[in-house]
Design a protein around this ligand. Structure first.
Ligand code: MN
Length: 274
């Protein structure tokens, strides 16, 4: 566990430094539930840049406020998602929301970094403010649970997120012994983060709370079944981007030269400022 600024105690579940196996995903930080006492000054992380990918923030508890050099901003709360496409470059800050700071409480969120293909890495930045009410909820048969479709589609319900390459992002809650059948292209990367409870994959593998599992390459249909206490988890899947990944901290490009350019552009203020 480490802190992002003074606001987000996260576990880095994976990072692009580990290798290309999880493409199109680059990094996943999980801030498991933690309690913050009331405070005067919002905690968080001050202005910093990103280039070449997207940051996707999903809030489960608490409030996250964002402001960026493209002029976008907003405060998101439980159930809301912020899909920020840094692309050619952005400077932003991420703090606890004002109201949450004053009253204190529980914070739980994830931040997922989604890579962009080379053709989109230098596109203008974009910001998608995806509120809970915009995100379809699919009730599973036999009262097995609910799937919130943030990106991609499930049983005909399409998520509101616009993605550059095919990406699925589902927030799932299963009742005790409830089952979710996942049927996605065999070539897709498929990973699951368990936030609560415990999951059995194809009746063979158990995944515990706070664990991340990657489905084997080539797996098509999968059974995810909650054990006796139910389970809440995040399903992330996508078509791998078969391009070189060269990263340096908050910049992820295709070549070393592009990274050097990113560092220079940031230092020269070409990614903007707050
Ligand atoms: Mn950031």
């Amino acid at each position: 566990m480490h802190w992002v600024g003074d606001g987000f105690p996260v576990r880095s579940m994976f990072s692009y430094a580990d290798g290309p196996e999880l493409s199109p995903f680059l990094l996943l930080d999980y801030a498991a539930p933690s309690h913050f006492p009331p405070a005067e000054q919002p905690r968080g992380v001050g202005p910093h840049p990103h280039r070449g990918f997207e940051t996707v923030t999903v809030v489960f508890a608490g409030e996250v406020a964002h402001r960026d050099s493209a002029g976008n901003g907003g405060t998101i709360g439980p159930g809301d998602v912020q899909w920020m496409t840094a692309a050619s470059g952005i400077v932003h800050e991420e703090f606890h929301g004002e109201a949450f700071t004053k009253r204190g409480g529980e914070m739980e969120m994830v931040q997922l970094w989604v890579n962009l293909p080379s053709r989109a890495k230098m596109s203008p930045p974009r910001y998608q403010d995806l509120r809970d009410a915009m995100i379809p909820r699919v009730a599973l048969a036999e009262d097995a649970g609910v799937v919130r479709v943030i990106a991609g589609s499930f049983q005909g319900s399409k998520g509101p997120a616009h993605t550059e390459t095919p990406v699925e992002l589902w927030d799932v809650a299963l009742q005790p012994n409830g089952e979710l059948r996942v049927d996605l292209p065999a070539t897709n990367t498929k990973i699951v983060l368990v936030r609560r409870g415990e999951l059995r994959i194809d009746g063979a593998h158990t995944v515990a709370q706070n664990e991340l599992v990657r489905m084997p390459v080539g797996a098509g249909a999968l059974s995810l079944r909650a054990t006796g206490n139910g389970a809440s988890f995040v399903v992330m899947a996508g078509e791998p981007i078969a391009e070189p990944v060269v990263g340096h901290g908050p910049f992820v490009m295709n070549t070393r030269e592009e990274i050097e350019t990113a560092v220079r552009d940031y230092q020269a203020g070409r990614m903007g400022s707050l």
